[in-house]
Write a new protein. Sequence first.
Length: 196
Amino acid sequence: MLADLFKTLGKGVAEQLTYWVHTYLPFGRWRKPTNEVIAQISEQTATYGISSSSVDRRRAYQVARMMVPNRHGEHLADLTPDAYNRFSPTCCAKSHSGKKKIASPAERVTQYICHPQTLAYLLTPPGLSRLGSGASAPGTICGVPIDDATPSVGVIASNLAERLGGKGGALIDEYAAIVAKLHAGPPKQEEEPAVA
């Protein structure tokens, strides 16, 4: 445990201490998820007849962070499907043969963060997120089809209220305005006339 800390202290003290606190201390919030990943990996390796290997705790921590669900047990791949496909595109023959270009990892992260589904998920007021609001189905932004014209805030609010069973109160109107703006897209900047 301490060896893992001392071996890596020269590689960014703050990051290493954060990792160590998260995964080793009894009150560390990632200790249990990391231990669960290690247990699952050990169980799987036993089916292959591999018993002498040990799981790298740092890599198990990375996997735990990737797979962590929200408070309702849902994962980002399901809650923001179109945005997630931008981040982690599906493999296909065209991309492997070079006919279709896949963006660099940094570009894919930017595309994921800037996608309206991700923005809608992250901008959900805490009171509504606790009720499970903010998820999008494929081709929608919180239930509003991407290809359709942007509906009024009132229509979006009534649809949200219906899905939440009338819960949410005034937060629904606030969030409906956000969803409407995300659906409409960023305002187009007017081009300045060229000076002759």
